[in-house]
Design a protein. Structure first.
Length: 439
């Protein structure tokens, strides 16, 4: 792509929180800024689980990138998929063009980490993109429809069993909202005993929400179990099939739905000369967020591993975007970049049942207050006034009326199952080993 004579070009790959913030903060830098993403919209990832649970419309958590950039100068957007980056020649390659850069910002985000467990990539449901959230919603609603007409009790139970692997914020929040979905669907399926809907949350560690203090993790476990979620700590998955999940401790549980929220790794484009990487394939960066051996290249968000531990949350990516833009301005003026220091404003997680947890400074919060703060923070950060209005109305209907109106199945129905005589025997779970311990 052509550039103006004597004008430096900054290329930003990824229109997530960090990349979008970087590009917007560079709009008046005097350089030509090119933002590249495979989608023409920005996805508000923290609310994807609510799309999957039929709580908010899919379009509410997406916003056109070009609309967000309307008022910016010297800033262009290109919808393309980056196939390779060449640091030596300072080029970004897409299927349609080779783009030269003077400075580069990698903000390509993360992807699910399958941990080498057989069947996860083929049969597990992920929750990192809007398409994945819609696919999971379609699948869950298909399961309810099929369960209502299913006469075999073992197959019906398999359709009504949801296993969530991963006890971080995504797993916890999804488990809680599925409990609320169960309550909302009782009026729609009078012939189906939704009391048999089994929501299983599996965590390999000894507590939920490991990035928060242990007290909040214990509270979350107690709250979810009171809501009816089967929480299993120190439990690992060893195999996933289309109809079962097998645990390392031995038992096998019949289920049509395994949702994988157990870990993430950096989602990086191919690189001609791979730079040093750390845990989860993250790029090692200096305190300034520059790559160790490429001072003209920055990495932020889920693709970066710094000298100080990085949390990988959206507020951190936003602050990194501002810091990288400031450093790039300094480099354009011939000055040295400055180190990035994250100002942690606190962490919040929503559980369900009008409850949440949070840590703000030294304060540990539980109950309705962090739940309300979580709603307020996400309502403020969601881009677009129309999206905010639709989100607010969706929450009022969901939390105020206990209803989920967004139950459209936007996909073709699954193939008609074979008659019972031709089906494989359903695998009965060892219920004694899967029941939660007594409080």
């Amino acid at each position: 792509m052509d550039r103006q004579p004597n004008q430096l070009r900054i290329v930003v790959i990824g229109a997530g929180f960090g990349g979008l913030q970087t590009a917007q903060s560079l709009s008046k830098s005097g350089a030509e800024v090119l933002l590249i993403d495979r989608h023409n919209y920005h996805t508000f990832v923290p609310l994807l689980y609510q799309v999957a649970a039929a709580q908010v419309p899919p379009e509410t958590v997406a916003y056109p990138v070009r609309t967000l950039l309307r008022r910016t100068r010297n800033l262009r957007f290109l919808q393309a998929e980056v196939t390779r980056v060449n640091f030596a020649q300072r080029q970004v390659e897409t299927r349609e063009a080779v783009i030269a850069y003077d400075y580069l910002v990698l903000a390509t985000g993360s992807q699910p980490q399958h941990l080498g467990i057989p069947g996860v990539s083929e049969h597990g449901f992920m929750l990192k993109t809007l398409a994945q959230a819609v696919a999971l919603r379609n699948h869950l609603l298909h399961c309810f429809e099929q369960a209502e007409r299913e006469t075999d009790p073992q197959i019906r139970q398999r359709l009504l069993t949801v296993v969530i692997v991963g006890g971080g914020p995504t797993g916890v929040e999804l488990a809680g909202t599925l409990v609320e979905l169960k309550q909302a669907l009782r009026r729609d399926y009078p012939g189906l005993d939704l009391g048999t809907l089994q929501i299983v949350l599996v965590q390999s560690g000894d507590r939920l929400l490991p990035n928060l203090p242990a007290r909040l993790g214990r509270y979350t476990t107690r709250k979810l179990r009171r809501l009816g979620v089967n929480v299993h700590l120190e439990t690992r998955v060893s195999r996933v099939t289309s109809t079962t999940v097998t645990f390392a401790q031995g038992p096998t549980l019949g289920t049509e739905t395994v949702i994988w929220a157990a870990g993430l790794e950096a989602a990086l484009p191919a690189v001609a000369t791979p730079p040093p990487t750390g845990a989860k394939q993250k790029l090692k960066v200096r305190a300034t967020l520059q790559l160790l051996h490429e001072p003209q290249v920055y990495a932020i968000g889920d693709v970066a591993q710094g000298e100080e531990p990085l949390t990988g949350v959206a507020p951190e990516a936003l602050q990194q975007g501002v810091a990288v833009a400031r450093n790039l301005r300094r480099q354009l003026r011939g000055q040295a970049p400055k180190s990035f220091h994250y100002f942690n404003k606190g962490r919040l997680a929503i559980i369900g049942g009008w409850a949440g947890v949070g840590k703000i400074g030294p304060l540990l919060l539980t109950g309705w207050l962090p739940w309300l703060l979580w709603l307020g923070v996400h309502l403020v950060y969601l881009p677009g006034w129309r999206n905010r209005l639709v989100l607010l109305l969706s929450w009022l209907q969901s939390y105020g009326l206990g209803d989920r109106p967004l139950r459209l199945i936007l996909s073709s129905p699954p193939l008609t199952p074979p008659p019972p005589s031709q089906r494989l025997p359903a695998i009965a779970a060892d219920r004694a080993s899967l029941d939660p311990p007594a409080e």
